[in-house]
Design a protein around this ligand. Sequence first.
Ligand code: DC
Length: 231
Amino acid sequence: MTAPVIAVDGPSGTGKGTLCSYLAQWLDWHLLDSGALYRIVAYAAQTQGIDPDNEAALGEVARNLDVEFIPSEPGRDVGVLLAGRDITQSIRNEDCGRAASIVAALPQVRAGLLDRQQSFRRPPGLIADGRDMGTVVFPDAELKIFLTASPDERAKRRYKQLKDKGIGVNLRQLLADITERDARDTERDISPLRPAGDAIVFDTTDVNIDTMVEKMIRTVRDKFPNITRDR
Ligand code: DC
């Protein structure tokens, strides 16, 4: 029997990453941060001087990533070692997010990351965080959740997140970047960002993170009545 998967998709700034890391810790399940993989491909390609138009070379990078993930505390970024070097923070800036969104539109890059993403599905279960977890990578996921929030609210949250990390950004520029990235992720031909037909959609615009955690836990309990752990 394969391990159960909870697929959580949506754009950035919806609380998705934080909620996924809480769920993974609460359930003691594995966590896949698929966005990190696209960021790592973009970062690795850049450091190797690969032309962003060279899809075959980028696909090769995606297939052969020498990457190790180090689990972290809930609410913190997963640790990333690329060829043994700690790049956890280097992949978290907005430039890398934009570059990730660009390489993510390339079919050979997506194909190159597919097996690696699916290999995270191990007992006792997997929380899969991304854009196409419920539609493409784990179409048979036991539970699919899609998170949305208004672009303004997402920009504000992202601004705070980056500021807390000491990364200086301009809110108006951030909103423009978010809007551009959403358009690219939603309109691409392959695996566009969209809810699976059987996903439960939550709008998190006016909902704080504690309430969202409660909602997610309730949704998980409804789906998996055998889960008896306390909150
Ligand atoms: O979640 P994130 O901001 O780390 O993701 C960075 C980019 O990677 C995002 O703009 C689109 C791409 N991505 C994707 O295409 N598919 C995924 N499953 C996850 C991320």
